[in-house]
Design a protein around this ligand. Structure first.
Ligand SMILES: [Zn+2]
Ligand SMILES: [Zn+2]
Length: 368
């Protein structure tokens, strides 16, 4: 046994406690990560309130960045990393054998136990227990996927590999965005702004972002990081504005990343150009979409694409962009939190803290 580590344990909806847990022993195929930072995203908020089906107690945290503290010989060879290297860790821990894995969709693998199997989602009862990154140290499984990352980038910037990876997968990889495309991003949260950065990097022609009146700061930031136009859907008629801004053409790529409300899903079809690709990535708590006019999909020959999670090529693109320093992605970063402040960090991201907003935030165990 290699000593103990602090870890935030979720024991039920809205119930987090800081505990001291034993650091697992590794074998030839596994490793221990010293967590430098763990990003907080919308699904942390859903997990916190209990809408993601998991078994308690567990250690949350599916966006880990850290330093390899101990590693087995075979893992070091397979992953091409060693003690002291910094790695970005993907959330899923795929089985490698199910139909999803074998058809290139390892991000939706359910092969390791029927449900979600990934860092931050596996209960303490399944040895060795510390599967999540809300901790000083965590377990890296033989099937974990790691990406080496340069150490001179500040941890709170480097850990943005996760939202930026989502931007590349949802706004570029899935809809095959390229030069000449008009890209419309619905929702200016961290995933929306990351989509702007990725679409810009992919050579998109015009990028438009929509949001609500209370999103004014986020919309301004989206513009700083690559958007050409922003629309406040409460003040302006978004259908008319999109038509004006695109000379009547509409958007070639639409990325729906707004949280909770199904209204933008129905609206997206009205903004779409003929043959447009519409990517749905914002979850709505399984609510039905009112006023959804499916005929628009037929007559415009639209392509509707669902996006769940991120895959390796998009993580790699995000990591290269961050390491290049070409885009000031750190401007998205608003808050660092100590492990003991995990509940506050999640509530802030979920918009439950009056008078304060976060865009990208992370837990930094080194803060205490
Ligand atoms: Zn996440
Ligand atoms: Zn699988």
């Amino acid at each position: 046994m290699a000593g103990t580590t602090r870890a935030v344990v979720q024991t039920g909806p809205r119930a987090l406690e800081l505990r001291e847990l034993p650091v697992p022993d590794i074998d030839a195929d596994s490793a221990i990560l010293r967590v430098e930072a763990c990003g907080i995203c919308g699904s942390d908020a859903e997990q916190y309130v209990g809408t993601i089906p998991v078994h308690y107690p567990l250690v949350p945290g599916h966006e880990p960045l850290g330093i390899i503290e101990a590693i087995g010989d075979r893992a070091a060879k397979r992953w091409r990393v060693d003690v002291g290297d910094r790695v970005a860790v993907e959330a899923p821990i795929p089985c490698g054998h199910c139909r999803s894995c074998l058809t290139g969709r390892y991000n939706v693998c359910r092969g390791r136990g029927g449900g979600l199997f990934g860092h931050g989602y596996v209960p303490l009862s399944r040895a060795p227990g510390i599967w999540g990154a809300y901790a000083d140290r965590m377990w890296l499984d033989p099937f974990s996927i790691v990406h080496p990352m340069r150490k001179d980038v500040p941890a709170s910037t480097a850990v943005m590999f996760n939202p930026l990876g989502a931007g590349f997968r949802w706004a570029v990889e899935l809809p095959d965005t390229g030069p000449g495309d008009v890209v419309l991003v619905l929702g200016p949260g961290q995933r929306g702004i990351a989509s702007v950065i990725a679409a810009r990097a992919a050579g998109a022609d015009t990028i438009i972002v929509t949001g609500l009146a209370r999103d004014a700061e986020k919309l301004a930031l989206a513009k700083t990081l690559g958007a050409d136009h922003t629309i406040d859907v409460e003040q302006e008629d978004a259908r008319v504005r999109v038509r004006e801004l695109t000379n009547g053409h509409g958007a070639d790529v639409i990325v729906e990343v707004s949280a909770n409300s199904p209204v933008p899903v129905a609206e997206s079809l009205h903004y779409a150009a003929f043959g447009a690709r519409v990517v749905l990535a914002g979850v709505k708590g399984f609510k039905a979409v009112p006023d959804f006019v499916s005929d628009l999909i037929v007559v415009k020959e639209l392509h509707l694409l669902g996006a769940f999670g991120v895959t390796s090529p998009s993580y790699a693109a995000a990591i290269r962009l961050i390491e290049s320093g070409r885009v000031p992605v750190e401007r998205m970063h608003t808050h660092d939190f100590a492990l003991g402040d995990a509940a506050h960090a999640i509530e802030l991201l979920a918009g439950e803290v009056a008078g304060e907003q976060s865009i990208h935030s992370c837990l930094v165990p080194g803060l205490g």
